[in-house]
Ligand binder design. Structure first.
Ligand SMILES: Cc1ncc(COP(=O)(O)O)c(C=O)c1O
Length: 375
């Protein structure tokens, strides 16, 4: 059996006609760039996240950077985030001229450890960027307390966690309600993926929203009148149209991902060698990725490949050990939990259309690997 790490074709086959007919309308009225459809998307995406404003961008990387700029963060400021993330989170901090400060993750949830954040706070710290990694929100309840205590902003990177939730005060809440600004990526493989590049930020603060929407449009609110130097980071209409259609299915797809995850968890819970993802009671994840920790990862990954099973590493090297950030002067051993997780993590196939039969084939192959290894 051949099971790719991710298969986008099944999802796109089902909505092909819907998307193509919408794109045809746009083509016929030559609506290609930021206009009506992007504004519709912003409105719907804001209300989907129970936020007042959404701003659509050309990527998730732009979303993080422009959110930081909206908060007035730049040269001389420090921003705390994690090293176990896609490099974009940290690069966005660097783009603003601020100093990224990398903190440790929790060894069970693999998300930012709130207990380790305070030790990184200095006079220069302005914001914290928790990353809702693999589709699981960080502990925003504790992080919000820390942010309030130290008067810091929270800009959450939710590129991987659209549709996730946190339980507090008797109800499920959107993680965006715990942050000053929350950013998203619509890279095609994301839970809500465009048919190209895209990103967004949501906020309840009108000042942040106004800055973000002006910055991505050359600092203007009125055509050809520029109040400050911005850039072109606008979303295009084709992406907004595709996203509007896909949003209708997002909850169902996220539910299917949770089903796939529950099969993995059920099948693998007795395999001692594996550390499975840990989800606290107050968190509803959306399993952008299904990541496990294994010993002898290279042999494990090769074994899966031999049986036709795709996999990936998120991430191969933590940000503090990337050459791109060598000027931050971190060394091997500075973030031991992060480094230990990164050595053993592997992402198994995860997409909404995975069937029970396929998951069983994957978990049977995994069990076989450990039985053979132990004999
Ligand atoms: C955690 C995280 N942050 C930021 C980004 C950047 O998003 P984009 O690729 O849309 O620029 C990604 C995308 O992969 C991501 O996973």
């Amino acid at each position: 059996m051949k099971i790719p790490f991710i298969d986008l074709t099944c999802q796109h086959e089902k909505i092909r006609d819907e998307i193509f007919s919408r794109w045809q309308e746009l083509y016929d009225r030559t609506e290609f760039v930021y206009h009506r459809t992007c504004k519709d998307f912003e409105q719907q995406f804001a209300s989907w996240n129970a936020a007042r404003f959404a701003c659509a961008f050309d990527s998730g990387t732009s979303a993080v950077e422009i959110a930081l700029r909206a908060a007035g963060i730049g040269q001389g400021d420090e921003v705390i985030t994690v090293a176990n993330t896609f490099i974009a989170t940290v690069a966005a901090i660097a783009f603003t001229g601020a100093q990224p400060v990398l903190t440790e993750i929790d060894d069970k949830t693999w998300n930012m450890d709130p207990e380790r954040v305070e030790e990184k706070i200095t006079r220069k710290t302005r914001a914290i960027i928790p990353v809702h990694l693999y589709g699981q929100p960080a502990d925003m309840i504790s992080l919000r307390q820390i942010a309030r205590k130290h008067k810091l902003l929270i800009i959450a990177d939710s590129a991987q966690a659209v549709g996730s939730a946190l339980y507090e005060q008797g109800r499920w809440n959107n993680p965006a309600s715990y942050a000053d600004i929350t950013t998203y990526s619509f890279y095609p493989t994301k839970n809500l993926g465009a048919c190209g590049e895209g990103g967004a930020a949501v906020t309840n603060d009108p000042k942040f929203a106004e800055f973000m929407s002006m910055f991505r449009d050359h600092g203007s609110r009125e055509k050809y009148i520029h109040e400050f130097i911005g850039r072109n980071n606008r979303m295009d209409a084709l992406q907004a149209a595709a996203l509007l259609i896909k949003m209708k299915y997002l909850e169902k797809w996220n539910e299917q991902r949770r089903q796939v995850a529950s099969w993995y968890l059920q099948d693998l819970k007795m395999v001692e060698e594996i550390q499975l993802p840990f989800v606290p009671d107050f968190i509803l994840p959306v399993y952008h990725l299904f990541v496990i920790l294994v010993p002898e990862r290279e042999a494990f990954q090769q074994y899966l490949a031999r049986y036709g099973i795709g996999s990936a590493l998120h991430y191969k090297l933590p940000v503090h050990l990337q050459q791109a950030f060598r000027h931050l002067n971190y060394r091997q051993g500075d973030l031991p939990i992060t480094e230990a997780v990164v050595k053993r993590n592997i992402s198994l196939p995860m997409f909404p259309e995975l069937t029970r039969k396929k998951v069983k084939y994957i978990t049977d192959t995994i069990k076989m690997f450990f039985t053979e290894k132990n004999n």
